[in-house]
Write a protein that binds this ligand. Structure first.
Ligand code: SF4
Length: 897
């Protein structure tokens, strides 16, 4: 049987699904195209890729014609070349296409082809180009260069799922339109930039492409915003970032980025970057040399330790910094200072998730990977808003739903994904446990559970079944506000399409019942036989770029690097071997408890805050400020004078993610190499270097030459998870832990054969209302969260043109509530909880149900966390950000009314 074809006289192997265009690429033959991109479905519209096939009457479009055995193909016959010239001429003369006039932005493939086919001599013609759409802070469009090839439509639909573009009119009068309007700014565009990447004429371009880069330096690195961990190609020149492109074949982002990763880089050269160390003197911060600042830190740490003991000091590592920096700071505190008071921002986000997963599966991280979005039979998104907070992951979930994968969204807000979902369970904030128990009951009662899996691979089934007998769906419906039939429908849908992928976020974790929420979601995962299978399992979307890594590195008061308990003698002996000092046994305090102790004037006297802006990001801001005011020593490493740095005794200028080397670990446990693209301004130093310098002043010679040396030590102290991780193994796409040996390829799906704890644990845990539920006089429940345009406390994004997209926090309120309260769109209201009060402008939105409010915390002016209270999950000590009892006043201050 012939399994080869011939192109231009060269043989090429034929396989199912291979197009002629693909096969030509195998032979490194270039067939011109205009409307084609390899990562999109063939459009077959421009006809530039026509080729001649022996035996066929007419030329065929190579982009969508499958190559067949025995085919004899010619790609550049005189007839075909003449056709191509004609096509280009038609494009050039059509409609508004006057792209060769002076001032036109025409560039790219089309212009090259016009020159190749000698249809243009490089000279611009006199004339007026169409005006450029400059309505958007980043994106531009010049209609005269557009050939309506539809590539922008296709990439927008097939990758981002946003449906921004349309083609109006037909034939020579066809033109590109943006949603219902004519301008980018009015369109639903999310500025992912994918259309810019594929536009073959340059009609669509962005501000970063308007600068001519002559000495381009390309640096492959990893995005420093969210925990998706997209790979970036940073183009820089003269120490300025000129442009950021996605790495086309990156495992994580597959050539895609979101608006933050692509465009929000101006923070790097912001005028208010810290450039020298600062020391507090006489109530204000003054410039200091590094020598003075490091000596000051060392002396103060020693003095406080001597006076109050090692447990009077604590450290918060940074989830924006590298694994190596986090590892070294916890090492400094454990080995040199001798306290386990080390924690990170995972405490105030996914600590409940990590604890729950640790307890029921044996490891506090995702069992699944991002590749499972495309393999999933069913996706459940619970308490996460991926299209805004994890946009590249969100786009992939949206694509899965658009391709027919059943999607269930569980969220108090009607988030964007709910529009694509088969079911949206819009529960009352903080009632996840009741809902998941109700769904588990349906699985058991209707005999929909995978009992074979549950009996073989888990424990606790009998207790759970017995407990669920006492759960009443009617009561669940009353607690959650979700109708009984919706609960039943969702449970049946998951069972029908199991194994399912459970994507979850802070809407589960940041609650008094955060750990219980995640454990009861895991019940659904285990009852449907979903954990440990490809295309399925538990996939918490991690918030900050390296929040997974900072916890992995041992930024936990109860666990050393690699989640090894601090009180295990063998583990301590292992650390002593590599650290030369025996770390303490007594578990330390969590970050939340350290701040509470400081606020009371008790145990904690000094804190090292690596990149943590606790004043803006932690709950109960009044208490946080009280804590900081009580401290004898606050060391802050940051890029800017953050709200927290205003209280610091010493502030050290840090390097951002574009400016330092190390590794980040994303939400699918993937450790990736981060490289510096530009130099940090002034005297800024990488976090890991600063920690080593303090260790040296404290009499230790750690002798690391580079972050790679630090990773070698990490591999040794936590061999089960990181034993095979070395820098020379990280190209191109990093390694997913567990990676125990130097030949191990990393792990995409965890718990495949068995759970890391042996058997998975099913838990019977009842719903419990938090102290924020049913508070008299506080009729609303406030949920806080993020928007696409900004990241967390906005330290970086607020110093970029993201400001022009969103420039303030707004309170989302349902129009029914607004009418009842007599509130108008845009009006500023007073919002009060039992912990504080703020003034905030209002936006009317049906995304939020009556009785619930939503507010972001990107702007220090809003002081959103003045409202959130002291309630913690008793197990994880994670604060309850996601349900705070509040009241509204339109008549000014609530406190004095
Ligand atoms: Fe960066 Fe996250 Fe956006 Fe990717 S999805 S570009 S990691 S912010």
């Amino acid at each position: 049987m012939i399994n080869k074809a011939t192109i231009n006289g060269k043989e090429v192997p034929v396989s199912s699904g291979l197009t002629i265009l693909d096969a030509a690429k195998v032979l490194q033959l270039e067939i011109p195209t205009l409307c084609h991109a390899d990562h999109l479905q063939p459009e077959g519209g421009c006809r530039m890729c026509l080729v001649q096939c022996e035996g066929k009457d007419r030329p065929v479009a190579s982009c969508h014609t499958e190559i067949e055995p025995g085919m004899v193909i010619r790609t550049h016959t005189p007839e075909i070349e003449s056709l191509r010239r004609t096509i280009l001429t038609l494009y050039e003369g059509s409609g508004e296409m006057t792209g060769f006039t002076e001032g036109s932005v025409m560039s790219g493939r089309f212009r090259d082809l016009m020159e190749t086919y000698r249809l243009w001599n490089g000279e611009s013609e006199p004339g007026e180009p169409t005006p450029t759409d400059e309505s958007h802070p980043y994106l531009r469009f010049q209609a005269d260069a557009c050939i309506t090839c539809r590539l922008c439509l296709n990439v927008c639909e097939q990758v981002q799922g946003q449906f921004v573009f349309g083609i109006e009119n037909r034939g020579p009068h066809s033109r590109l339109v943006f949603g219902a309007g004519d301008e980018f700014a009015e369109s639903p565009c999310v500025a992912c930039g994918a259309c810019i990447d594929v536009c073959p004429t340059g009609a669509l371009f962005d501000v970063d492409r308007m600068t001519i880069v002559e000495e381009a330096k390309h640096t492959e690195t990893v995005c420093g915003y969210c925990g998706v961990g997209c790979r970036l190609d940073v183009v820089s020149e003269k120490n300025r970032v000129r442009r950021i492109d996605p790495v086309r074949d990156a495992a994580v982002n597959r050539g895609h980025l979101c608006v933050k990763g692509r465009y929000a880089h101006a923070w790097h050269h912001s005028e208010d970057r810290l450039t020298t160390p600062l020391i507090r003197e006489g109530g204000s911060l003054r410039e200091a040399s590094w020598e003075e600042a490091l000596q000051y830190i060392t002396d103060r740490l020693n003095q406080i330790r001597e006076k109050f003991g090692p447990d009077s000091l604590g450290a918060f590592t940074s989830s924006r910094s590298t694994n190596e920096a986090c590892y070294l700071l916890q090492k400094l505190f454990r080995s040199v200072i001798q306290t386990n008071n080390v924690d990170c921002c995972a405490r105030v986000c996914h600590s409940s998730t990590a604890l729950a997963l640790q307890l029921v599966t044996g490891t506090g991280a995702a069992s699944a990977s991002y590749t499972d979005f495309e393999k999933a039979g069913c996706i459940v998104v619970a308490g996460a808003n991926p299209t805004e907070a994890h946009p590249v992951a969100g786009a992939r979930i949206k694509q899965a739903a658009l391709n027919g994968v059943p999607l269930i969204v569980i969220d108090p807000r009607r988030i964007e994904l709910a529009e694509y979902a088969d079911a949206h369970l819009q529960l009352l904030p903080g009632t996840n446990v009741a809902l998941f128990n109700g769904m588990a009951k349906v699985l058991i009662e209707e005999n929909l559970a995978n009992l074979e899996y549950a009996r073989e691979r888990t424990e606790g089934l009998e207790e759970l079944v017995e407990f669920l007998e006492r759960v009443s769906l009617t009561e669940v419906s009353l607690i959650t506000g979700v109708a009984e039939d919706e609960i039943v429908f969702a449970a049946r849908l998951i069972a029908k399409h199991a194994p399912a992928l459970f994507v979850h976020g802070l809407g589960l974790s940041e609650l008094m019942q955060g750990t219980a929420s995640v454990m009861t979601l895991c019940n659904l995962g285990m009852l449907t036989g979903s954990i440990g299978k490809p295309g399925a399992g538990m996939l918490p979307l991690r918030g900050q770029n390296n929040v997974q890594g900072s916890a992995d590195m041992g930024s936990m008061p109860t666990h050393f690097t690699g989640y090894q308990p601090v009180d295990d003698p063998d583990v301590r002996a292992l650390f002593q071997e590599y650290w030369g000092e025996l770390p303490p046994t007594k578990p330390g305090l969590t970050s939340t408890l350290m701040l509470q102790e400081a606020a009371k004037g008790n145990q904690i006297k000094g804190l090292w805050l690596m990149g943590e802006d606790v004043v803006q990001s932690d709950p109960n801001q009044t208490e946080v400020v009280r804590a900081l005011e009580n401290l004898d020593l606050i060391i802050v490493q940051d890029l800017f004078i953050s709200e927290t740095a205003k209280y610091a005794h010493v502030v050290l200028p840090a390097c951002g993610f574009l400016e330092q080397e190390g590794t980040f670990t994303n939400g699918e446990r993937r450790i990736q190499h981060v490289r510096p693209a530009v130099e940090a301004p002034g005297e800024s130093r990488p976090d890991w270097v600063v920690v080593c310098q303090v260790a040296e002043l404290m009499g230790r010679s750690w002798n690391y030459d580079s972050p790679a040396d630090v990773m070698e030590e990490i591999a040794k102290v936590a061999p089960n998870l990181f034993g095979g991780v070395r820098y020379d193994r990280l190209a191109p796409d990093g390694l997913q832990w567990p990676c125990p040996t130097s030949s191990h390829p990393g792990t995409s799906t965890v718990h495949e054969e068995r759970f890391l704890r042996g058997k998975g644990k099913l838990v019977a845990v009842d719903y419990e209302a938090s102290p924020e539920h049913g508070v008299e006089g506080f009729d609303y429940l406030l949920v806080t969260g993020r928007l696409l345009e900004h990241y967390n406390v906005g330290t970086m994004t607020r110093r970029t043109p993201q400001q022009d997209l969103i420039d303030r926090d707004e309170l989302e309120i349902n129009p029914i509530d607004a009418a009842n309260e007599g509130i108008r769109e845009g009006e500023t209201v007073s919002l009060g909880s039992r912990w504080g009060e703020i003034d905030v402008p209002v936006r009317l939105s049906t995304r939020i149900a009556p009785g619930t409010l939503f507010l972001t915390f990107h702007y220090p002016e809003s002081n959103t966390n003045r409202l959130t209270g002291p309630t913690l999950d008793p197990q994880s000590k994670c604060p309850q950000f996601k349900a705070t009892a509040v009241r509204i006043s339109t008549k000014g201050s609530l406190i004095h009314d």
